[in-house]
Design a protein around this ligand. Sequence first.
Ligand SMILES: *Cc1c(COP(=O)(O)O)cnc(C)c1O
Length: 239
Amino acid sequence: MTDRKSEIAANLARVEERIAAACAAAGRARDEVTLIVVTKTFPASDVRLLSELGVRHVAENRDQDAAPKAAQCADLPLTWHFVGQLQTNKVRSVVGYAGVVHSVDRARLVTALSREAVRSGREVGCLVQVALDAGEGGRGERGGVAPGGVAELAALVAGAEGLRLDGLMTVAPLTGEYAGRQQAAFERLVDLSTALRKAHPTANMVSAGMSTDLEQAVAAGATHVRVGSAVLGVRPRLG
Ligand SMILES: *Cc1c(COP(=O)(O)O)cnc(C)c1O
């Protein structure tokens, strides 16, 4: 194994241990939680190593970086997740490689995603991104719709051709009532997911938790954790 591959393998093993321990502590089966490795700012060669090491889900947050990387890795058996704020003019490109978009937070984006999904003959999984730091009716600093706007946006996704409503996503807020209270934030997301599933029973994905707070996310009931630096190391630049 190359040095880089051994390094990533060791990091992956540590993250796997953390997820397994968090599942055990919460009385959950390990297979209830899926690891998504966030590869933003890292090269396509790292994505290839991850694939060789058994990773099946990767995530990116900027289309400019993700599109060429996904193209270079098109031969790999990976599902690409898009987790960043998404401008409508990037939607055509993103639909070209992303199986799931975690950052659906406004009606205009739903319309654009649906149009491009239909045009390209693909089905795109969509998570409504919830901003737990947004004022009611508002949007979050880092994207996302306030909890009060989730039901309406979810209904729009569910009714849109080419889109599949998969569930909810959040990023632990840095400000507001949930600042520094990751587990409470993730529990709120899970409560919102329970409410959502009354109307949309198959929308059962709960995407929450990153390198520093994956344990809290698993404890709260997340089904998908998005882990970057704990697997790939400190990012070469902000992303
Ligand atoms: C970068 C990023 C992550 C991963 O963050 P780490 O702290 O590196 O694990 C997860 N989710 C989103 C939306 C991100 O942008």
